[in-house]
Structures are given as structure tokens and as C-alpha cells.
Ligand binder design. Sequence first.
Ligand code: GLA
Length: 697
Amino acid sequence: MKRHVFALTGASLLLGVSVIAAQAQTISPGELPDPPKFDAQGTPNFVGMADIFEYKALPAYSEPDFVKAFVDAGKLPPVAERLPKEPMVFKASNMPDGIGVYGDVMRHVIGGRPEGWNYTAGQSQGWGGIDIGMSECLTRTGPLFTVKAEELAPMPNLAKSWEWSEDGHKLTMHLIEGAKWSDGVPFTTKDAMFYWEKNVLDPNVSPLNGATPETFGEGTTLEATDDYTLVWTFKDAFPAQYIYQMAYGTFCPGPAHILAPEHPDNKAGQTYDQYKNAFPPEYMNIPVMGAWVPVEYRADDIVVLRRNPYYWKVDDQGNQLPYLNEMHYRLSTWADRDVQAVAGTGDFSNLEQAESYVEALKRSADAAAPARLAFGARTIGYTLYPNLSGNGWGEPDARAQAVRELNRNADFRVAVTSAIDRQALGESLVKGPFTAIYPGGLYAGTTYYDKGSTVYYPYNLDGAKALLAKIGLTDTDGNGIVNFPAETPGVGGKDVEITVLANADYQTDKSLAEGVVAQMEKLGIRVIPNILTGTQRDATEQSGKFDWTVRRNGSELISVVQGTVALAPTGPRISAHHRAGANDQLDLLPWEQAMVDVVNKFIATNDAAERVELMKQYQKLYTENVNGIGLTQYPGALIINKRFANIPAGAPIFMFNWAEDNIIRERVFVPADKQQNYELHPNTLPGAPGSAGPVAL
Ligand code: GLA
């Protein structure tokens, strides 16, 4: 089969004819090698949703003794009054090790740094599970890896139930009633509406993890009809898919009573920057709906969180969760997270940087090793994304605009992908059966992947060079780098120089960017790395100031159902590599529009067979047109200290969400005989919002 760029775009077919003819001599797709055999260790115990939890009032509740002491001293209302009318009840029968005991700490190590606590306005808390542990969202998806395929749907969470109107355009959601923020203030639809109206809908605010109005469908509206009822109105009928978007990280409301007074609409003279930065890392005890509240922060050292006395989940014997009293996040490096988890000085790691696999495996093989390490499926993958906005997004100068035009040229993208030696790239990270050749798009081995719909352009440097020549990129000055054609505005005759954005916090991201630089040099393109720390990198990417970017992919390419809207530029600010320019318009190429249409059809249908078919079309459009240049795909391993109980079997480090959500940390515990004295603030609870730290009796 010869490549034909516009094959699936209908009306554009005629346009494509000359393109097909012209390049037939240069590049043809080839046979995609199957990934080396690599079995996941541990299979999930598949259950129905109702096996895991329910919402109901129990006859009595209990709490840790030290918390009860606060109650007895009149410093805290009784536990029954702190819980909602019907708490979320986790069933012991679904807990791998049963009902837990209170105490101990999970010592995380992370490579990010908290910018502050305003998740709602886009601040990162440093990743590695801090924000996941602090936030609760309308629905939840991390634990779905353990739910039977036929019952796959988002889990209720802050929204305990929902129903569709007869015509399918309205979705009524019922929030848990009587739940409270960690400072005791009621949680109501006011919080959800503040998140929606003053953050998602406000074009000056970008919540962390990128919620925009289109994240929930173009034209979708939300209203509250009382304190506990939300009503969504959708353009399509029954777009159940959007309920996944209400899970982490796009519908996790912040505390309106704390955040709203700082929003520019409510404070004279307040700028959006001041709003975003109103809660710096030093601000302690920010109210959360999650299980743990930040009570201590030492720059470049540690963030400590203590149990939330108002947490709204219990086990079926009435014990208020979480079982763990404290969470630590050592502010170090991601590589150190692996080292410490393996050594037992840290408790948890998502082993995801392939460079450390051999060492981590060697050390964990010993029966006396403090941590267990279990590999899952190949759900870590990296792609090189060309910036496809030709519309001024990120205010490109003449050179950058010329690169955008190249990026938008299918021959150029095919040349680049054909010049990547993926075998060598994978082996430069780690030798052995880990890495697989990844052409881009949906990952091999996942539910919606179809090899037959995957177009792969094998390594073919000569063909790639010929394709560049065909589009007028030749080395006119003999320095080994191709030059822009003379007529290119602003940069005619100059060397083709392209920047590649990558994340300095991860060795893998840096290695892959360097690999791209080296491989492109052979093609005659000078690639200049722009390696920035995580938060700077994210901000640079989100403002469109990049030519190319190396990115670890999100869950949409694994699960398809989580983050579906991000599979294509379905809104002006949704895709990470193609957004609207100043006039708020996207300038989609025909095949991108076709991808958007396919994704929207997928969202609009609940027919399983049709969905499978649509994802085949998606994969073909993506890979044939090289929406992104796949680099590598490999498995990750979960490393957890052996003293922890209730870690579900077969928990992937990344699927619908990261392992920090998947393992249901609020149910994890340490058996009494294995507990250690790691608590830094024993017998304390979070203090008042903004006060210095935790409080003791
Ligand atoms: C970072 C880490 C991941 C995971 C997530 C959680 O991205 O690299 O392994 O811990 O944070 O948000």
C-alpha cells in the first residue's frame, strides 16, 4: 500500500491525487514489528462496581483515638456529625487484606515542586500524587482497571448518582449530602458552580489539567437547582462519555469559600495572576475534600499532609477513612523516587524511566528487598508532537512560522517519522524486551488498538531525505543542514533549525529529546533542545511557544474513554499541539477535522461495535497522517514497600489515571506489627485555613 495523505477525508480526495503520484517513489508504509513478549505481573481481580462500595448510613462510626480525643475536648464535632448523611462505604469483601488499622505514613518522593495550592486556577502541586490525594472529583476512574468490562463506566464519587432526561440532553447529578471540606464548611453545588463559572468558563483561567468548556462538549451548560443537584445540558443526546471528563483531573472543584474571595470578579483591583498565586506553598491547611491536608512545607525538602477529620468515606464497619494518618512528599527528583522506593527509604514509585529498570529490577529481586516491584502493560509512551497551529498561536516569529508551515506539510511529517530509528532509540533507554516500536496513536495491547489500522513508516533515511528534497528542502550551502527555500518569508535560504521542548525533570524525556536531535542531524535538520523544568515546560507548551515537543502521553491513548476529547483538537484549547490563535479559531487540516469528527462520533454513540470501528478510523487517520511522531512505548512497574496492605492486584502505574489514584490510597493501611514511627506530626490535625501548621490538643 502506498501512502495517500487525504484518503479518509472525503471531499479532499481529489486534492490528494497529485500528492499520491508525486511521492509514490519515495516512501511506503511497511510492516510494523510486533512488540517483544513481555507479560504483566499480576492480573486484576475483576469485579462489579457495586462490589467495591455503596453510599449508606451506618449505625455507628469510629475514628482514631487521637481524633476522638479532639472530640472529647470539644475541639471537633463528633464523627457522625462530620460525615455526610450517607458516606461512601468501601466494602471489606473487596479489600485485598480486609478492614485496616489506623496509623503510619506513606512516604512519597517526587521530582516536581509545588507552585501553590490553587489547582483550580492552574497551579501545580508538584505532581506525584499530591493533588490526586487532595482533590476529589465528581466521578472517579483510577480504580476502573479492576472493574469488569461489561460494567465499565465512571465511578460515582462526589456525585453519588445521576440520571438522564428522556430525550438524553439533560443529565441530573446528585451530590453527596452533608459532606464537609476539611475545615468543616459544607460542600455544596456552590463549589461546583464556582469551579465551572469562574474558572472553566472564564477564558482567563486554566485549571490544572486543562479543563475548558469544550472538555464537556461544545455548547454544554451546567446549573445548580439546589445545594446538592447539578443539571448538565448537552447538545447531543446521551453523551455518557463526558461523565469520564468529570473525574480527575478536569472536574475536581476547589473550596469556593476560600477561593472565590480572591477571584478578580469578587475583589477590586485583583489581577488573574494574583488570583492564581493567592495560595503559595507556604499557605498551610488549605481546605480539601481529599483524605489529607497540607500542614507543613519546607522548600526543596518536604510537604507533609495530615488526615482530613471531615473525610467522607468509611469502611463497612464504620471506621472513618483514611487509615494512614500522614502523607509525605520529599521534594527530590523522579529518579530518586525509584532509588528510595527500592531501598526502602521511600514507600512508593511509579517506575517509569526506562533508564533505571535494570538496576531497580536487580535490587528488587532479593527476597529480603523492602519493596515489591510489579510490571504492568506497556502504557508509558512518548511522542514527538509538531506544533500544527498555523494561526499565530504562541506568536511565532518568521522562523517559527516557517517551521509551522513545514509541520503542516504531510510530506515533511512523513520524512521526520521515517528518519527516526525507533529500535535504536528504545535501546538507548534500556536493552531487553521492554521498549516497543511505537508509530504513534493508540498503544499496542490496549482495548481499542487495531494493528491493521496502524500505518507505520519504517526507518528509511534515504527515503526521508528524498521526501525533504521533494518539498524544496535541500542543503544549498553544503554545511550538512537543509535550507529553507529562497522564497520562504523571513528565513529564505537559512538553515532549517527547529526547537524541541522537553521536560528537564525526567531523564527519559531528556534522553528522547537528545535522541531526536541526533537522528534529525542525519536527516539534515538542526534540532535545538529547549529543556525546561516541569512547570516551565508545561507553561511553554500551553502557551504555544514551541516548534516540536516531546511528551509522555496521557491516558486517552491507553483507555480511549478517559480524556477522549484530547484525542483530537475538539475545542480551541484542548489539543496540546494544535490550538486556536488570537482570533480564537482553529485552522484544522482536513485529516485533523476528520479526526475531530470521528472522536465526536465516538463520544455521541454508546454502541460498542460502532465505537470499535470509529477507533480504527481514528488510528488510521492519526498514523497515516502522522499527527504525532511516535517514539517509544514500554511497561511501567509499581514499587510499593512491603509493609502496606490493601494494594490491589495488577494495579497499573498508569491507565485511566496514575497509580496514586488506582490503588485507592484511602483504603491502604499498615498492619499494627509493621507500623513505623514515621509520623512527623503525630496526634495532630490540620489547623485553620492559612494558619501556620497542624494543631495538637
Ligand atoms: C508525575 C509522575 C507520575 C505520577 C504522576 C501523578 O507525572 O511522573 O509517575 O506520579 O506525577 O500525578
